[in-house]
Ligand binder design. Structure first.
Ligand code: PAP
Length: 333
């Protein structure tokens, strides 16, 4: 059920009127576009960032020191972040929470993946300009929505690994549209889809232009395949067990023969499946510190759902932009 009053989200998350001199200086100098709800997007070094995240972005760029052992999950919003956070967490911690160790309750059963694998700019560096990350054990598993060109210098310069997940822009757009409808008070009605599609195609979307976000990591992955793994949501859906093995190899934790025989891959996929995660109490009734409800990260979890919301013409419009922007890159969906 949609709330009839504005959702009681944490103030800092959605409001633009939280003052800080640095923020004011930066904000006032940047081009602005209307965002989805109670927040604007600001054009910061070629990308439209939610203004409420800018402090976190700048703090993370200034202070985050990557370790060579770090693993960073990178996504544009609504590309399957929650799913991949769960899978990477389960992959890295599989020895500790294996069937042979039943007394250890798996953290994914009681915590949302966003709490287990925090975002740099939206969580850690937004809450604290220079957070203490010493409690993270190595390898640290962290996440970001930042485009490649805006990553902290130490991430680009160190040998840390980046897993980049992207998704068909039509499904990404529709997933985003649903998510932001949830953030809106019911009396304001749905976000007008056509108007938002127009913005999306004109490059204006959170952490967008979407095309440039994907292209930046596609290029980085072609040039540095040992540093950047490029994964599509649709590939994950089509053959999850092949993709999970690919992920395990990439992060330096390949499955051993015994694990392949005893069903470890299938166990991880089952634990991280949409049906399992979305049915857990924590994901049905819990909230993130921002106030966003955990259940909003689990809608349908399908590939191709855009056809239920967009006309063929609208789909062709996105296809046209995709072709134009990715021409010659080999990228397609
Ligand atoms: P975020 O970037 O804001 O963290 P993100 O997790 O990327 O959000 O987006 C949520 C999408 O991932 C939803 O897609 P949909 O709107 O098209 O349904 C959500 O359903 C999907 N999702 C979440 N968990 C899973 C999962 N375990 N398997 C497949 N898809 C999932």
């Amino acid at each position: 059920m949609q709330p009839s009053q504005p959702t009681p989200l944490n103030e800092n998350y959605l409001r633009d009127d939280v003052k800080s001199p640095e923020r004011e200086d930066l904000l006032s100098s940047l081009p602005s576009e209307e965002g989805w709800f109670q927040t604007s997007l600001r054009l910061y070094r070629g990308f439209w960032l939610p203004s409420r995240h800018l402090n976190g972005v700048v703090a993370c760029q200034n202070h985050f020191q990557a370790h060579p052992s770090d693993i960073l999950l990178v996504t544009s919003p609504k590309c399957g972040t929650t799913w991949l956070k769960a899978i990477l967490f389960a992959l890295l911690n599989r020895a500790e929470y294996s069937d042979s160790n039943p007394q250890q309750r798996h953290p994914l059963l009681t915590q949302n993946p966003h709490d287990l694998v925090p975002f740099l700019e939206i969580r850690l560096y937004l809450q604290n300009k220079n957070p203490d990350l010493t409690a993270f054990t190595s390898p640290r598993l962290l996440a970001t929505h930042l485009p490649y060109s805006l990553l902290p210098r130490s991430v680009r310069d160190s040998n840390c690994k980046l897993v980049y997940l992207c998704r068909n822009p039509k499904d990404t757009f529709i997933s985003m549209w649903h998510h932001f409808n949830k953030l809106r008070p019911e009396e304001r009605g749905q976000v007008p889809l056509l108007e938002r599609l127009d913005k999306f195609c004109r490059d204006v979307s959170g952490y967008g232009p979407y095309w440039d976000h994907v292209l930046g990591y596609h290029k980085a992955s072609s040039e540095m395949p040992e540093k950047v793994l490029f994964v599509k949501y649709e590939e994950m859906k089509a053959d999850p067990s092949v993709q999970v093995r690919r992920l395990a190899d990439f992060i330096g934790r390949p499955f051993i023969e015994e694990e392949l025989r005893n069903g470890t891959v299938e166990g991880i996929l089952r634990m991280c499946s949409f049906d399992n995660l979305s049915a857990l109490e924590v994901n049905r009734s819990g909230k993130l510190p921002s106030g966003i409800e955990n259940k909003w990260f689990f809608r349908k979890g399908e590939a191709g759902d855009w056809v239920n919301y967009m006309s063929a013409e609208m789909g062709e419009r996105i296809d046209g932009v995709m072709e134009e922007k990715w021409h010659g890159s080999g990228l397609k969906f």
